[in-house]
Design a binder for this molecule. Structure first.
Ligand code: DQA
Length: 145
């Protein structure tokens, strides 16, 4: 089973970006952990990050073309703004699990709204890297199949 872990804008700065909110692990460390968590379940995890909305949209369509079984997606700030990303998630047949490191519901009011949540299979927020692990394991156990 192929799983894509897709991270959006500013997540390349993990570890040095607001560590009190997002933790001290770098994106490279998070990516390596995701690959290992997938491997525990025989899943092949590929990781990608972009600050660019269009590149994220292209990556979602490419995931469908590549036969990816599930996308673990932290859309960062685009979560709260992007109709185009929502449309791409709705357009593809691949199930998407929305993940946020922080508890977006316990922060500023504008973070409480997710434009992508209604077209995602489910959402996890506030668990840090463990949220990515839970999403990978959910796909590996057949959620979305
Ligand atoms: C985030 C939450 C978003 O509101 C924020 O814009 C991010 C990170 C998270 O992982 O907690 O960039 O998606």
């Amino acid at each position: 089973m192929k799983i894509l872990v897709l991270n959006g804008p500013n997540l390349a700065a993990l570890g040095r970006r607001e560590p009190d909110v997002y933790g001290t692990a770098s994106l490279a460390e998070l990516d390596a952990a995701c690959v290992a968590w997938g491997a525990e379940h025989g899943a092949e995890v590929t990781c990608a990050q972009s600050n660019d909305e269009g590149a994220l949209i292209d990556r979602l369509y490419a995931a469908e073309d590549d036969g990816v079984a599930g996308v673990v997606f932290n859309a960062g700030g685009y979560t709260h703004t992007s109709v185009a990303l929502r449309d791409a998630i709705a357009a593809i047949d691949v199930p998407v699990l929305e993940v946020h490191l922080s508890n977006v519901h316990a922060r500023e009011a504008f973070r409480r709204e997710s434009l992508i949540a209604p077209v995602c299979r489910g959402s996890i927020a506030g668990l840090g890297p463990a949220g990515y692990r839970a999403a990978i394991e959910a796909f590996a156990r057949g959620v979305g199949a």
